[in-house]
Design a binder for this molecule. Structure first.
Ligand SMILES: O=C(O)CCC(=O)C(=O)O
Ligand SMILES: [Fe+2]
Length: 216
């Protein structure tokens, strides 16, 4: 039986976008998707992030407990707001339901066993960054996939900085891939495999939603 027949039997329509993500992940450990959310949806997510930021719902990101501020800001300088499943508005519901479609698809077609999701908004003010790291640094080996969705305005460019840099193991060497945080762009990568960093923001504020798909 071909895979097509199998997915049809499982009552699952083939989703070309999700199929491409799966293919990318299996070949290169990351996937870059340009239109996971359409421009209207990006605008809604962006304005909701900004409203919550204005309401001062954001905190400086923690790294570990009792971390001294100088050390913290030398590692990461973003402000975050965790999306609570219980108090979501239209933007968060839209975001999470689309993410859930992806999770359901991954579980049905690749048996990934994703059982949990966690997401936060992030704002990186000018001058901030996040040094090279692996997303499992807190020994949370339930994190399987990291997902970042950018909500900057369409004029963001290399003068703004804030690239996501992925370090890709290639045989004995390492390849470096810089990705500009363009609006609507989503990057998905294997949390336990790919080290990455956020380059310093040189101009403006860098806006995103970041999260993890986790096993139980
Ligand atoms: O915003 C990004 O591009 C990546 C953020 C990140 O690496 C993290 O929050 O762990
Ligand atoms: Fe990260």
């Amino acid at each position: 039986m071909t895979p097509d027949v199998l997915t049809e039997q499982a009552g699952l329509r083939e989703e070309p976008l999700f199929e491409r993500i799966i293919e990318d992940l299996s070949v290169q450990r990351y996937s870059i998707v340009e239109n996971f959310f359409n421009p209207d949806e990006v605008a809604l997510l962006r304005s909701t992030l900004l409203a919550r930021y204005e309401e001062d719902q954001f905190r400086k990101s923690a790294i570990g407990d009792h971390f001294n501020e100088l050390i913290r800001s030398g590692i990461r300088g973003d402000f975050i707001h965790w999306i609570q499943e219980s108090e979501t508005g239209p933007a968060e519901r839209l975001f999470l339901s689309r993410i859930q479609e992806l999770i359901t698809y991954l579980n049905r077609t690749c048996f990934m066993g994703i059982a949990e999701r966690e997401f936060h908004y992030a704002v990186y003010p000018k001058g901030t960054f996040y040094v090279r790291h692996l997303d499992t640094f807190r020994n949370d080996d339930r994190r399987k996939l990291s997902v970042v969705c950018y909500l900057n305005d369409e004029h963001w460019n290399s003068e703004n900085g804030g690239e996501l840099t992925l370090y890709l193991p290639k045989d004995e060497r390492e390849e470096v891939l810089d990705i500009l945080p363009m609006p609507g762009r989503m990057v998905i990568f294997e949390s336990q495999v790919l080290e990455h960093e956020v380059k310093p923001v040189k101009l403006g504020e860098r806006l995103s939603i970041t999260g993890w798909l986790k096993t139980r």
